[in-house]
Design a binder for this molecule. Sequence first.
Ligand SMILES: *Cc1c(COP(=O)(O)O)cnc(C)c1O
Length: 226
Amino acid sequence: MNCLRLEEVEERIEKACQRAGRKRREVLLLGASKGVTAGRLREFFQCGLLTFGESRVQEFLKKHQELVGLSIDWHFIGNLQSNKVKYVIDKVSLIHSLDRDSLLEELQKRVSVLGKVQEVLIEVNVGGEETKGGVEPEGLKAFFERCMAQKNLKVLGLMCIPPYRENPKDVRPYFAKLRRLKEELESEFLVSLPHLSMGMSHDFEVAIEEGATIVRIGTLLFGVRA
Ligand SMILES: *Cc1c(COP(=O)(O)O)cnc(C)c1O
């Protein structure tokens, strides 16, 4: 296949970085690959896309198996059920969707058995939407504190899936809010949180302008999903 779609997205990321006075290497492009076949992922990997984020455990396990020979950096970005934690923790470098105590406890328990430290992001429900996962902003500090108390988990930052807005510029306040929440945690707990995972096909340029360090792009790279 040709690598045109990836090149086009790359170019737009580059331009957004320039506008924001940021370096391209400060932003990681993650292919949000739910519904995309292993064969397609292999093609994108060969074009130079090395990081993929999966959202559904069964589907992920199947693709992971099929692509086991490639040095893909896998992340988990979807809602994670506690009873599935054991299947993903030995396969992903970063979990973007830590959002509740039951998951926190299961992660700590399972990861400690493996003798590793799992890097995670806390998902925040920045729009206060009832249908979406994520910690409510009001409860974030207390939840962050409980995360910090877990020996085998390392919080690297925050993630959000903001409400959909026709005009991507209208999403800006939600991205700014996530950045502000991160900065508040950093100053209150005297820690450094390197990552803001925010921005999807529709709004990643605005997210980069607001400080995103990981953009999760699906449709724009892979086309409409199965
Ligand atoms: C599907 C998905 C994306 C990508 O969405 P697109 O609009 O297709 O770019 C990003 N993040 C998460 C958590 C997703 O589930």
